[in-house]
Every structure is written in C-alpha cells, then in structure tokens.
Design a protein around this ligand. Structure first.
Ligand code: FMN
Length: 450
C-alpha cells in the first residue's frame, strides 16, 4: 500500500551508547544493561544506529556541551557525562554506515563562528546525502565559557541576541551558493558558474562573516533546524528559526498550552504552524506488567548516589550549593539562574506544586520518564499525537541496550498495529519529516521570478 497519512508520527532518539538515566550505565547485562564503558565504542554506536534505522526511527540526535557536563567532579565521577564524542565527528562516521536515518548534531551559537558551522553542516549534509540536522543551542553549562577565552558565560538575553544573528548568518551562507551553481561542464570548461555564487557580507553586532561558502549548496538547501528554546526569549527564537522543536512538557495540558503558544508565536512571525514539528521528550521504562516497570524504575533510582541526586538539581537550577543539604527536606528558595531559565523555573514550579523534597525532585529529573507496559506507552504516544500536541517524540532510552530493544520490539509494532505509526523514509531528512526544501537557483540570484 502506498497511502500516505496526512500527518506522520516521527521518532528521534537522543543518541548515546550507555543510556539516558544517570544510573543507566550501572544496570547489569542480566537486567538489559551492559553498555557501561561503551560511550566511546564506535562499533556499538554503529550497531545502535543501524538498529534504529532498521526499526524506522526518523533521526539520531546527538546532544552536546563544550565542556565536561557539570562542574561538580564528585557527582561527575559517578556518571558517564565526562567523556563523549564531538557530535559532527560521530555523525560523519555514522553517515557512512547508514542510509536513511536523519543525523542531528548539536552546535552552540555561543562558542562557534557562523562560517565554521555553515561549512560543517553543509559537509555532513553532503556526506549523508541530505540527512543533516542542526540542533541550535545557546549553551546551558557556564563552564563552557572558560574553554573559549571568556571569564563568564554570556547572559541569557545576550546569548539569544547572538543566536538570532548567528542563525541568519549560517542560513545566509548556505544561500550564497545556488543549487545549480556547479555545471562542471567539460565541454565549456566551466566548473562553477560565477553567477551561481555571491558574497554575503553579513555584519551584525555579535557575528560577522563575508562568504561565499566554500562548498556547494547542501542537498537539503538548508539542513533541518532543530531548537529547544523554552523561556519566552527562547520560544520566540524557536518560532523564528526552528523547524523541529524539542519541548519538555510534563502533562498533556502543558503540552497543549505549549503548542498553542508556539502556534501564536509562529503566526506572529508569518510562519505556518503546519511547517513546524513539535517533539516532546519520552524516556520509557518498560515492563511486561506495570508493576514490573515500576520496579525497574525503583531499581534504577536506587543506583543513584546522593551526590548525583544533589547535583542533578544543582546543575539545573544554578548557583546554589546543596552539599550537606538534607535530601528529604523541601527545596529551599533559589537565586535566579543564568543557565536554562525555563528549566530552573520548571524544576522549582514542580517542587512547589507537588510539595516535593529534594530527593523526590531529583529522582523525577534523573532520566526516568514514563513507566508502563508496551500498551500503556503506546496509549500515551497515541493520546498526545491525536491531541495534536506532539508530531513526534524525542526518545531517550534509560539504559542500553535493553531499554531500546523493549521500545523497538514491543512498542513500535503496537503503534503500527494501531495504525498510528509506520516506518517511513523520504530521500532526505526534510522529506522524511514532510518539511519543504528552500530551493535557490541562479535565476533567483538575478532577481528573476518564474
Ligand atoms: C531535548 C532537549 C535537548 C537539548 N539539548 C541541549 C544540548 O545538547 N546542549 C545545550 O547546551 N542545551 C540543550 N538543550 C537546552 C535548550 O537548548 C534550551 O536552552 C533549554 O530548553 C531551555 O530553554 P531557554 O534557553 O529558552 O531557557 C536541550 C533541551 C531539550 C529540551
């Protein structure tokens, strides 16, 4: 059958080799774990990428921080977050051993230059024949500043102001080369048409770049832009530039409010809500019964050391020292954070609304998400998809390889049986996601309209 559903459900996967739950690496092989020590094992990364592609997931997403992931070495020493691949390097390797799955790399606008980013993502798009995506972030870990010659991280408003210019400069650079700029005509001897390239001469307050780009236009025109802004400024930015938005709502009602707010912001900048996908996160802990899944979550949580629990919250809310703080006391008053403001606000709101102690709050945040049987997980996905608040989900498997196997082998087939999802790949990541390609020809450069 070749019937195409009007709206297809997509799954991205937060790509890592040892699991998203902070204690996931400690799960033994007898419980479906066993990937401890494999965070730099490229053979395992290839195996997982190919497994995800065979199952029909739409994209691999590699998160990134350009420093060690958290400044507190006592807790860092108990997680896998001190050692990870640079995303574009990893995805270039995976591009060569996969054929259809999208490859989304995180790159920060705070500690890069637009020309480097435009060139690297154009390269990945060519290497993968049109499967590249860019997760645009402004950096949430203040330690990054010190690695790039700065004493302090940019403030929230400044880093978003830079990000606005940065994305315009990058897309502008991709648009310095027309789709048909390279005739490579042996008879005339013209390799590149002079009329098919132009300078950019972008001069902003935060970034400047001349162009043109030194590589032909990416197969997708522009690699797909992913974004996860959640604060007011971040959401406005996402509405202007994002094509797939990672969101982190906790309830269906929150997800609905998020989607409505985003749609208003999209219309305000003249974009059609139908052109933007929203993918909430989903970290499923799956059991053959609900009780078994809950037991598995409790076992995972019991593997979290108290230092890790304290730092989970501390790393997200900012400049407070929780060491020596009673984990079973309520969350204290906190100063304003320069990290992810929305995340800090969300954590505080959750604690206040539900009267959670620091320990209970940290356990919610440590990586475990929805708990249930394959049927229950499928119900959740179906409910959010059919309510129009999710176009896809960004999966984060709590432990590996068993956490991925359970989803791919038991939940996906159930969704397919229900007619909610089916494997679908287009020629490029844009095609897979049903996003339009920005075409640009030499005729457009000349201002000629068809
Ligand atoms: C699924 C998801 C993945 C993210 N990945 C990264 C990342 O890899 N690196 C990073 O610095 N920030 C990452 N972020 C943080 C966002 O870019 C953003 O800063 C955050 O959602 C808070 O929004 P705000 O900056 O508007 O406060 C991610 C957020 C989400 C929801």
């Amino acid at each position: 059958m070749t019937d195409t559903p009007t709206r297809s459900l997509d799954f991205g996967v937060l790509f890592g080799t040892s699991g998203h739950h902070l204690a996931g690496w400690r799960v033994g092989p007898e419980r479906g774990g066993g990937n401890a020590g494999k965070e730099l094992d490229v053979a395992e990364a290839i195996r997982l990428a190919q497994q995800y592609e065979r199952a029909g997931l739409s994209a691999l997403f590699v998160a990134d921080v350009v420093s060690v992931w958290g400044e507190h070495l006592d807790s860092l020493s108990r997680t896998t977050r001190a050692s990870y691949f640079e995303p574009l390097t990893l995805l270039s390797a995976l591009a060569a051993v996969t054929e259809r799955i999208g490859l989304v790399a995180t790159a920060t606008t705070s500690y890069n230059e637009p020309f480097t980013i435009a060139r690297k993502f154009a390269s990945l798009d060519h290497i993968s024949h049109g499967r590249a995506g860019w997760n645009v972030v402004t950096s949430v870990v203040p330690l990054e500043a010190g690695n790039f010659g700065r004493d302090a991280h940019y403030g929230h408003a400044e880093r978003y102001a830079r990000a606005e210019e940065f994305v315009d400069a990058v897309t502008g650079l991709w648009d310095t080369v027309a789709d048909d700029a390279f005739p490579r005509d042996k008879v005339s001897g013209i390799y590149v048409d002079r009329a098919g390239r132009r300078a950019l001469d972008f001069r902003g307050e935060h970034v400047s770049t001349a162009g043109p780009l030194n590589i032909s236009r990416p197969p997708q025109g522009h690699p797909v832009i992913f974004q996860a802004g959640a604060s007011e400024t971040g959401r406005a930015f996402a509405a202007r530039v994002g094509e797939v938005i990672f969101a982190a709502p906790r309830t269906l009602e929150e997800a609905r409010r998020y989607r409505e707010g985003l749609d208003d912001a999209l219309r305000a900048v003249g974009r059609a809500p139908a052109d933007v996908r929203v993918w909430p996160g989903l970290s499923p802990i799956i059991g053959s019964t609900h009780e078994e899944a809950a037991r598995l979550r409790d076992e995972l949580n019991a593997l979290l050391h108290e230092d890790v629990l304290r730092r989970v919250i501390q790393d997200n809310v900012g400049d407070v020292d929780f060491s020596g703080f009673d984990l079973d006391a309520p969350l204290p008053e906190l100063p304003e954070s320069n990290r992810s403001r929305s995340r800090a606000d969300g954590i505080v709101a959750l604690a206040r609304e539900e009267g959670l102690t620091l320990r209970q709050l940290a356990l919610r945040w440590a990586g475990g998400g929805i708990v249930g049987t394959p049927d229950e997980i499928a119900d959740h996905i179906q409910e959010w998809f059919e309510a129009g608040v999710a176009d896809g989900f960004n999966l984060a498997f709590p432990y590996l390889p068993g956490g991925a196997d359970a989803f791919l082998e038991d939940v996906l087939p159930e969704l397919e049986r229900r007619g909610i999802w089916r494997p679908h790949y287009g020629a490029t990541l844009r095609d897979t996601l049903g996003l339009p390609r920005p075409d640009l020809t030499i005729a457009d450069f000349a201002g000629v309209t068809a």
